[in-house]
Design a protein around this ligand. Structure first.
Ligand SMILES: Cc1ncc(COP(=O)(O)O)c(CNc2cccc(C(=O)O)c2)c1O
Length: 439
């Protein structure tokens, strides 16, 4: 058996990564604190993306560090099925306290992808429990991202996440995405124009019959595809059409949840009540993998019938609600509350917006989109080399000490909610330099 040296890069098959490019020019973080990562060559990098949209409270936050250290030394793991541990229940109560008021139950998962699978299965099983077994169709949206499991890529609308994975993706329709560059480019916040796009749901309903449709799943604001905003009135229309036809509305809040928009959840920010909400990321500040599906009493109680000793929902994970994730979640919610980070994000949103829209007119910038503490700068692709320009901006920004995300030719930004104004300025200055230097 051959022995590999610890820093041999070959064995690790990296996710959503240009593996060959990375392994030629590795980019390694070895520490993190507050707003900054430290690289293995001891450079400080400003975290413009809160890790992967998940470290909403920033890094190395004392309450979270302490809670995880203490928990792992006390109750490291408890069986998730037919057994419990107090923190899972305590966290569920805390989550329901900050969730939109019609949400009354939480089902734990370990990621956003698992939250999506869980929500889709609950939606299908809910209709069956009510005698509506014919409601099996699911409706997603073009350019939607709902993780990488088979349910998520079926309802998802990002072609590269689907086309390599075969034929299981059936029984699903897609609404049109909400990007109208001709009308809405450089809009500050939510566009006025485009609510009518929700009416396509009526077309899908009349095509299949409402009695065949279980749920619609959308991100209140589409993140991974490059930050597409819901036009004013759009989500309200989706809600109204779903209600009228007995179709469940699922908000995928993996990115928009836990303060990202300056409110607890997208549902709060937009004032629209979904029937199910999927979350992960900010739930534990990215420190321990955990997701949670929020459900109304109406949905939960539809399962609570029949023999009391019988399992009501045949679904769950070994790590559902595990003690260390629950401890991290509780300390994370404490940190959000004690530092008023959701309100802080709302207070900073206009300063953030001004920085972003100040980039208009820089080379290659064809659109700027923003909401809360999320931003996107869309670049003109290099002819024949899609994604190249944005990827070069990512590499150049990293060299200049700023971490950004790119998807396609779009730069996406989602800093921790603890960001200071001078750090917002620094993001703008760095991106101005980068966009002036790349081809
Ligand atoms: C709306 C939504 N739903 C589900 C997932 C899947 O979550 P997990 O990865 O934990 O299984 C996500 C995740 N979104 C995500 C993850 C990683 C990177 C980026 C990016 O846009 O750069 C976005 C998401 O944004």
């Amino acid at each position: 058996m051959s022995h590999h040296s610890p820093n041999d890069l070959n064995a690790f098959w990296m996710p959503f990564t240009a593996n060959r490019q990375f392994k030629k020019q590795p980019r390694m973080f070895v520490a993190a604190d507050g707003m900054y990562y430290t690289t293995n060559d001891n450079r400080k990098i400003l975290d413009g993306t809160a890790g992967l949209w998940c470290c909403n409270a920033g890094h190395k936050r004392p309450k979270i560090v302490e809670a995880v250290q203490k928990q792992v030394a006390e109750l490291d793991y408890a069986p998730a099925f037919q057994m419990g541990h107090p923190k899972a229940f305590e966290l569920a109560n805390r989550l329901i306290d900050i969730a939109p008021d019609h949400m009354e139950h939480v089902f734990y998962t370990n990621s956003g992808s698992e939250s999506v699978e869980t929500a889709l299965k609950i939606a299908l099983a809910y209709h069956r429990a009510r005698g509506d077994a014919g409601r099996t169709r699911l409706i997603g949206r073009e350019r939607g991202y709902h993780g990488v499991n088979f349910g998520g890529i079926s309802v998802g609308g990002i072609v590269n996440n689907r086309k390599f994975f075969g034929s299981l993706l059936t029984g699903v329709d897609h609404l049109p995405h909400t990007h109208l560059p001709d009308r809405n480019a450089f809009t500050r916040g939510q566009p006025e124009h485009g609510a009518y796009l929700a009416d396509d749901l009526e077309r899908i309903v009349s095509l299949h019959g409402a009695e065949t449709i279980a749920a619609v799943i959308v991100e209140p604001m589409a993140g991974s595809t490059g930050v597409l905003l819901p036009p004013k009135g759009y989500l309200e229309r989706l809600r109204e059409i779903c209600t009228r036809h007995g179709i469940l509305l699922i908000f995928d809040e993996v990115i928009t949840g836990f303060g990202r928009l300056g409110a607890g959840f997208g549902a709060d920010y937009f004032g629209v009540k979904p029937d199910l909400m999927t979350t992960a990321k900010g739930l534990t500040n990215g420190v321990v993998p955990m997701g949670a599906v929020f459900a109304t009493a109406e949905i939960h109680d539809a399962f609570m019938t029949g023999l009391e000793n019988a399992i009501e929902l045949f679904h769950g994970y070994t790590y559902s609600g595990n003690p260390i994730a629950a401890a991290a979640g509780l300390a994370t919610l404490d940190t959000y509350r004690d530092e008023r980070l959701f309100e802080r994000a709302a207070d900073l949103a206009s300063y953030w917006e001004d920085m972003l829209h100040g980039l208009k007119g820089l080379p290659h910038v064809i659109d700027v989109r923003n909401l809360g503490l999320i931003g996107a700068i869309e670049l003109e692709p290099i002819a024949g080399k899609p994604t190249e320009r944005a990827f070069n901006a990512f590499l150049k920004s990293y060299d200049k000490g700023l971490l950004i995300r790119t998807t396609g030719d779009i730069i996406a930004l989602s800093p921790p909610l603890i960001i200071e104004k001078h750090e917002i300025d620094r993001i703008g200055e760095t991106l101005s330099e980068v966009l002036g230097q790349i081809e």
